[in-house]
Ligand binder design. Structure first.
Ligand SMILES: Cc1cc2nc3c(=O)[nH]c(=O)nc-3n(C[C@H](O)[C@H](O)[C@H](O)COP(=O)(O)OP(=O)(O)OC[C@H]3O[C@@H](n4cnc5c(N)ncnc54)[C@H](O)[C@@H]3O)c2cc1C
Length: 447
């Protein structure tokens, strides 16, 4: 597993019952507590775990949502606790029956990490970069490693390599080094910028909402802001600007930016709040879809990509984690039965990607639409008008309510067919399996 963030951890969870050893190769040293680390720079900014992602997470790691609450995560009843000024106006608030668990991304990852690393066959190799793929058996037979910072090199042989190394995944270059053409990429970058800081709410804070979202509405403004309740009774405040209109990281200028949003609410609450951290910025938010499916010779025994490594998600819609967790669930549904039988073929790996391509493209198409609208407005070249869908929504409150429900759910549903058993005890011998065959020969297997 290259990368020990959410996609890598959940993939490790899915594969643990079937392999003698599951090794998470991670370039960072993994902190003992919920804390920032350089490999996940986006974690300083608002991260919502939407309902469908939370359902998959709980199915794969029963009790994990309870553990998050016990660690201070806040329950948000959606959309009753949500104050959302969307493109079509304020959303209706009612008891829609959806419940989100709100916390910092660092806490989410730490709780998940502790549970996954406790599975017997799973171990993490930390402070090590994966720098290439080992060829062999007609495909990929492991990864090349380089320790940080000294640079000592080593190799790790593996029956299956999963690249979960996020948006900076070097897999295209690795495949090229093995003689395969890299995949074509579709990239949409709306020069979206984030700036975030943690705050202690004022003592008098007792409104009837918990989460505040002020969305952009071009052409009037392409700026947005979020106030998220997180552990410790704190807020995480994130400001967003599009088309290079990056929110500043200087504390005073941050507040001034908040003042320009469509509603003064966020600014006014921040004025009363106490800053707990410096403001941090983030600007790498492009959408990147790698068309691995279009490469006839890409599927090689021994390599699977999931999460942002396969399809880098823009922050728009807050679905990246949900999509990454759903990748792991589909891997469990498709690969689990085959692995139980001791056989895993190229067709199985291809099936995982095939099942994920459609939903991912749909979500990314929606993200592109929104980003294009905002970017066009900033450049003064297009989208001077609010799209028809939002104008209709503005007149029909029920449609706004529906939009909030869809946003909270987080895209396409994915169900885990059966919860995989916990991992195998370490040291159990691998199942015997047939030798791998070359990809050109059609459906082949490796055990
Ligand atoms: C500003 C911002 C806000 C966002 N907000 C939300 C949100 O509200 N809700 C949501 O669902 N999604 C959100 N997303 C998207 C979300 O962050 C990603 O989709 C998600 O983190 C993908 O998880 P991942 O495990 O695939 O990759 P990552 O979380 O990026 O993890 C990659 C891991 O791989 C490691 N790594 C990288 N290269 C190597 C290497 N060569 N060797 C070893 N280790 C390596 C890294 O250190 C890291 O641990 C947001 C994204 C951004 C940029």
């Amino acid at each position: 597993m290259v990368g020990a963030s959410l996609a890598g951890l959940l993939a490790a969870r899915v594969l643990a019952p079937h392999f003698r050893e599951v090794v998470l190769v991670e370039r960072d040293r993994l902190p003992e507590a919920p804390a920032f680390r350089a490999g996940v720079p986006q974690s300083r900014h608002v991260h919502l775990l939407l309902v469908r992602g939370a359902r998959v997470l709980e199915a794969l790691l029963p009790g994990v949502l309870g553990a998050l609450r016990a660690a201070g995560a806040v329950d948000v009843e959606w959309p009753r606790d949500l104050l959302w000024l969307g493109a079509s106006g304020w959303s209706l608030r009612w008891s829609g029956g959806l419940r989100l668990v709100s916390c910092r991304r660092e806490l989410l990852e730490w709780v998940v990490r502790r549970r996954v690393l406790a599975l017997p066959p799973v171990r993490a190799v930390q402070g090590v970069d994966a720098v290439g793929l080992l060829p062999g058996r007609g495909g990929v037979a492991g990864v090349r490693l380089r320790a940080r910072p000294a640079g000592a090199r080593s190799e790790l042989a593996a029956d299956l390599v999963v690249d979960a190394s996020g948006r900076g995944s070097p897999a295209p270059a690795w495949l090229q080094a093995l003689g395969y053409a890299p995949p074509r990429e579709t990239v949409v970058d709306s020069l979206l910028g984030y700036a975030s800081g943690a705050f202690a709410p004022p003592a008098a804070f007792a409104p009837d909402w918990r989460l505040l979202v002020l969305q952009a509405r071009p052409p009037a403004t392409t700026r947005a802001g979020v106030l998220l309740p997180v552990e410790g009774g704190h807020w995480l405040a994130t400001l967003v600007g599009v088309g290079g209109d990056y929110p500043p990281t200087d504390a005073g200028a941050f507040l001034a930016f908040a003042r320009t949003l469509r509603s003064p609410l966020l600014y006014e609450w921040l004025l009363l709040a106490r800053p707990l951290t410096p403001v941090a910025g983030y600007r790498r938010t492009e959408n990147r879809l790698r068309h691995y499916d279009a490469l006839r010779r890409w599927y090689r025994p021994g390599l699977l990509l999931i999460g942002d490594a396969a399809h880098t998600m823009s922050p728009v819609g807050a679905v990246g984690i949900t999509v990454a967790l759903q990748d792991a669930a589909v891997a469990a549904n498709v690969l689990g039965p085959r692995l139980r039988g001791g056989r895993l073929g190229l067709a199985d790996l291809a099936a995982v990607q095939r099942r994920r391509e459609g939903p991912v493209r749909l979500v990314q198409a929606y993200q592109r639409l929104l980003q294009g609208w905002m970017l066009g407005t900033r450049r003064g070249v297009a989208a001077r008008r609010v799209p028809l869908g939002f104008r209709v929504q503005a007149r029909v409150p029920l449609l706004r309510a529906l939009a909030a429900q869809i946003l909270g759910l987080g895209g396409w549903p994915v169900r885990l067919r059966a919860a995989p058993p916990p991992g195998l005890p370490a040291g159990r011998p691998p199942r015997p399996g047939p030798a791998p065959a070359a990809v050109e020969e059609g459906p082949d297997a490796f055990g």
